[in-house]
Design a protein around this ligand. Sequence first.
Ligand code: SAH
Ligand code: DHB
Ligand code: MG
Length: 226
Amino acid sequence: MPEATWTAVDRYLDDMLVGPDPALQAALQASTEAGLPAINVSPLQGKMLHLLARMCGARAILEIGTLGGYSTIWLGRALPADGRLVTLEIDPKHAAVARANIARAGLAHRVDVRLGAALDALPRLAAEAPFDLFFIDADKASIPAYFQWALRLSRPGSVIVVDNVVREGAVIEADSRDASVQGVRRLNELLAAQPCVSATTIQTVGVKGYDGFALALVISAYDHDE
Ligand code: SAH
Ligand code: DHB
Ligand code: MG
C-alpha cells in the first residue's frame, strides 16, 4: 500500500472529522517558522488524544515531550475548567514556542510548560499526582523510564499513551542498535510483565508515515516499592 494512499485517506478523514482549526493551524505555522521539526502528532491523532482524555474524564494530564504544543493544545482542550496539564520539555526554544501557541489557543491558565529534562522533573511531580492521563512522546530511548514514572504517578484507572512505538516496523528487530527501537522493545517487556497494567499497541499509517501508539490502562495500584 503506497504512502500516497495513507496521506490521501488521512487528508480526507481530516477534512471530514477535524476540519480547519485556527489555533492549531497557527501553532503549526509558528512552529515551522521557528524551525521546529514537524514531528507533532497528526490532526486525527491529536483528536484521538483529545477524545481519550474526555472518555476517561481526565482532570490532570501529564505530557512528556511538548515540542510546539500541538498535542498539548488537543489535550488541554479536553480538560474541564478546573483541569490541569503539565508538559515537560527539554529544549528552551521548543518551550518558548509552545508557551506562545498555548496562550494563543486560550489555554495558558490550564497548561504548565516545564523546561528541563523530563527525568529531572518527574521525581518532583509526586505532589501533583495522580495524573489521569499520560502522553509519553519525548526521547524514545527513555520510554521505559518514563513509563515507570507514569506508573508511580498514576492511580488505578489512569491511562498511559506512548507514541512512536512501531518505528516503521523496526520494533521487531531484536538486535537493533537503534536506541529508540531498544526503548520501545523494553517498554513492551515492561508492559508484558507488569501485572498492574493491561495494554495494547495499534499500528498506524497516515500523513506521519508508519508508526503506532501503545495504550495502557492501570488496572490495580502500582507497588511504589518497585
Ligand atoms: N508531543 C509533541 C511532539 C513532541 S516531539 C506533539 O505531538 O505535538 C519530542 C519532544 O521531546 C521534543 O520537543 C524534544 O525536545 C523533547 N525532548 C527530548 N528529550 C527530552 C527530555 N529528556 N526531556 C524532556 N523533553 C525532551
Ligand atoms: C520523532 C519524535 C516523535 O515524537 C515523532 O512523533 C516522530 C519523530 C523524532 O524524534 O524523530
Ligand atoms: Mg511522537
